[in-house]
Design a binder for this molecule. Structure first.
Ligand code: FES
Length: 176
């Protein structure tokens, strides 16, 4: 992609996001490629997902080919290529949490948030099951590095520990 094309796309990027991107790149003076993950996080935080436009824009910005960025987006389950709900509930399903009841917990979160637990396609960049009003998505994730307080879930950026099925309704209300 040419620098001219890059600057045309940049016109559609909000100034505050662009400033954050430029600042992030300065942290990697030796290899701009190392800024790929930080830029993907910034993009998803802002837009909610990373579509082909985002992949191409970031690749051009870092002087890479789109496949260099595409392979990251499709490798890390954290990144999405489709929009999810406004609040994303991530329930850990790795051993400690699974043994502490995280499968029942996910079912309970789905029920309380109006999400069809079996709808949609989980993983591989697709949107997780989402409520009809677009307020909530619920998905399983792997270890959230808080095994000692299992079961845990991450709701947007907040970690909830020792979560019981009894408190799920109140937790969901906090985000409604
Ligand atoms: S197994 Fe759930 S936080 Fe580690």
């Amino acid at each position: 992609m040419t620098s001219e094309a890059t600057s045309q796309q940049a016109e559609h990027i909000p100034a505050d996001l662009l400033a954050e991107i430029e600042e992030a790149i300065t942290h990697y003076p030796v290899s701009k490629r190392s800024a790929s993950l930080p830029l993907l996080h910034l993009w998803q935080n802002h837009f909610g997902f990373i579509d082909d436009t985002g992949i191409e824009w970031i690749a051009a910005k870092l002087e890479l080919t789109p496949v260099n960025i595409y392979e990251l987006v499709t490798f890390y389950p954290w990144f999405r290529r489709e929009a999810a709900g406004k609040t994303v509930i991530r329930v850990c399903r790795t051993l400690a949490c699974a043994m502490a009841g995280s499968y029942a917990l996910r079912e309970k979160f789905c029920e309380a948030a109006g999400v069809d637990a079996h709808a949609g396609h989980h993983g591989f960049g697709h949107a997780p099951p989402t409520s009809a009003d677009g307020k909530f998505s619920v998905e399983f994730v792997e270890c959230l590095a808080s095994c000692g307080t299992a079961p845990v879930c991450l709701i947007n950026d907040e970690l909830h520990e020792n979560v019981t099925t009894e408190e799920v309704g109140d937790i969901v209300k906090q985000y409604s």
